[in-house]
Write a protein that binds this ligand. Structure first.
Ligand code: MRU
Length: 382
């Protein structure tokens, strides 16, 4: 396989990589109904803000394509699809891409007009879902270019002075339709000869960094090193060789109107540490991850997940020679199973700690008033 694909789609068929089995096992699930799409997202076999929106949209598109869809007036078909979308919206609450995709799909089926026939409405839905999927890859390539350019201009990245960066969680091909957002910028830096080294955090509790990002970096042959989340401060203090971090690059589940950003738990502490050490902090987010309705981070609903994700871990057996037996799958307790657990999946990084939000329409920096203003890149939604 030459590229990693979280989602494989042809009209009427959707296959989704089970990310809970990575990096030990490569298995695609067939997703043919809204329930299967919901389960794939809620269980985190699919994860990452853009991928969540894509799998929800295409999962329902496949169900509608293969039918049956009940007969009825245009209004009744639209409310049938609306209720399926409202159900999917509850699969995971923090990433706004899903809500934005749902709004886009609802608007598209309404644009077919009051007298539209069932097939016309279903076709409009499928076309729009496919459009969301296809557009995401172009978006990520543009984010990669704008991000690399910003780092060239602001940090002085050049082929003579390559830079090292740190990323958190997984924002790569596995979290999107391809290339990725924050990891997309790292890929683009590498392809332009601007990258010295990429560090990735383990990203406890669910290890999207060690299970997924480390896997993607190794897969792509990008010079990279894994650290635990608690090693970031020491890394930022260490100078010399490749351990000379110039920027932290992360993704987003929701950037709200003032720039406050919800992303994987642990992002906020990295932003605080970056500020202390004079390291640039970059959020890479498609405009589909921007929520112009919510004013500040206080309005973001943070998903809390079950305790097992913190006190148990899944892995494969390491053989005495140090290689991994990929056919084995073991679930291991990492704590007393009776301990109380608090397990928020995301945190909110205040806008004041963010140097730029890189979107497919360019990098947005704070103005002279110290505030982000997304009106120039999103006039239609402002
Ligand atoms: O819980 P996850 O794995 O869905 O969290 C993913 C993240 O926090 C990503 O950084 C974010 O969704 C952006 S993915 C391009």
């Amino acid at each position: 396989m030459s590229t990693l694909q979280a989602v494989k789609y042809t009209r009427g068929k959707l296959e989704v990589l089970d990310q809970l089995r990575l990096p030990h096992e490569f298995h695609y699930d067939n997703v043919a109904t809204r329930q299967e799409a919901f389960d794939s997202i809620a269980s985190m076999r699919t994860r990452g803000a853009p991928a969540i929106a894509i799998v929800a949209s295409l999962g329902l598109a496949v169900e509608l394509h293969n039918g049956p869809v009940p007969d009825g007036s245009s209004d009744s078909i639209i409310s049938y699809i609306d209720s399926a979308l409202d159900y999917l919206k509850e699969s995971r609450p923090t990433a706004v891409d899903l809500t934005n995709a749902i709004n886009q799909l609802k608007a598209r089926i309404r644009a077919t007009g009051e007298a539209a026939a069932k097939d016309e409405i279903v076709q409009a839905f499928i076309n729009e879902a496919e459009n969301i999927f296809e557009k995401d890859l172009k978006t990520n390539m543009a984010i990669g270019d704008y991000g690399a350019e910003w780092l060239r201009a602001q940090v002085g990245a050049s082929s003579d002075k390559q830079i090292s960066v740190l990323t958190h969680c997984n924002t790569g091909s596995l979290a999107t339709s391809g290339h990725g957002t924050a990891l997309g910028i790292i890929r683009t830096l590498q392809s332009k000869g601007l990258l010295q080294h990429a560090f990735c955090t383990e990203t406890r509790p669910y290890n999207q960094g060690s299970r997924l990002t480390a896997f993607e970096l190794v897969f792509e042959g990008i010079p990279s090193t894994l650290i635990t989340d608690s090693m970031a401060a020491s890394l930022f203090r260490t100078r010399g060789a490749e351990k000379n971090i110039k920027a932290v690059i992360v993704g987003a589940d929701r950037v709200v109107r003032n720039g406050d950003t919800a992303n994987k738990i642990g992002t906020y502490q990295l932003a605080v540490l970056a500020k202390f050490h004079g390291i640039k902090f970059l959020v890479a987010a498609p405009t589909t991850s921007i929520d112009l309705v919510t004013e500040t981070g206080d309005g973001i609903r943070i998903e809390e997940r079950k305790p097992e994700e913190l006190i148990q871990i899944t892995g494969a057996v390491v053989k005495p020679d140090g290689t991994v037996d990929e056919t084995t799958k073991v679930r291991v307790a990492t704590a007393d199973q009776r301990i109380n657990v608090w397990n928020p999946a995301f945190d909110v990084t205040p806008a004041e700690l963010i140097d730029a939000v890189v979107t497919e329409k360019g990098a947005v920096e704070k103005g002279a008033d110290g505030k982000f203003d997304f009106s120039k890149i999103m006039p239609e939604r402002w």
